[in-house]
Design a protein around this ligand. Structure first.
Ligand code: PNS
Length: 178
């Protein structure tokens, strides 16, 4: 039997119940699943540092024996080869996700034909959920119940409070300016 190692890549800023739903599904399908947080994304200012995202993901997946969490930089396909992974797992929530996911999957396959992309659907109740929408609701003081685990909700709230007390972003780790 083949040992199937899959990488579930993403920004996870922060991890949502939709991500966790997919991780549980993936852990049943693959022999090993590596949840890989992508470094250096050219996205707007992130809410959480990489190690904070890793910590939350680790806490939320600790009961899954075949799941590990890692941080990667550079091309996803290069990371897959380094990890001897044969598959990339991505979630598709709605038709609107499909175009971007198709482009990414086909480009990854062109660069590295040994790695297959596998799409899975999260539970319907998470089909409207994204980290971006969680960040936006939290910033505007809306409810996060059912969207993220309680521990993540607390950390999001604390982070937003900090950023509102230091609106310049000076609270962020690694910043030396006041
Ligand atoms: O959670 P996201 O933001 O949808 O995840 C996107 C991610 C991290 C999977 C994608 O941007 C990625 O694979 N980045 C790594 C760099 C890379 O390989 N880029 C080429 C993709 S074709």
């Amino acid at each position: 039997m083949k040992d199937i190692v899959a990488i579930y890549p993403g920004s996870f800023d922060p991890v949502t119940n939709g991500h966790l739903d997919l991780i549980h599904r993936g852990s049943k399908l693959f022999d090993r699943l590596i949840v890989a947080i992508a470094r250096n994304m050219d996205k707007a200012e992130p809410l959480f540092e990489m190690d904070e995202r890793k910590e939350m993901l680790e806490a939320m997946t600790s009961e899954l024996d075949n799941v590990t969490v890692d941080i990667f930089g550079g091309l996803l396909v290069t990371y897959c080869i380094q990890k001897n992974a044969n598959a990339v797992l991505r979630g598709i929530r709605a038709v609107s996700d499909y175009e971007f996911e198709l482009q990414m999957a086909l480009m990854n396959r062109k660069m590295e034909p040994r790695v297959e992309t596998v799409f899975m659907m999260p539970a319907e109740k998470y089909s409207y959920l994204s980290s971006r929408i969680v960040r936006e609701i939290a910033k505007l003081g809306g409810p996060l119940g059912g969207l993220v685990p309680e521990m993540v909700e607390e950390r999001v709230r604390r982070k937003i409070e900090q950023s509102q007390s230091y609106p310049t972003g000076a609270h962020r780790k690694g910043r030396t300016n006041p």
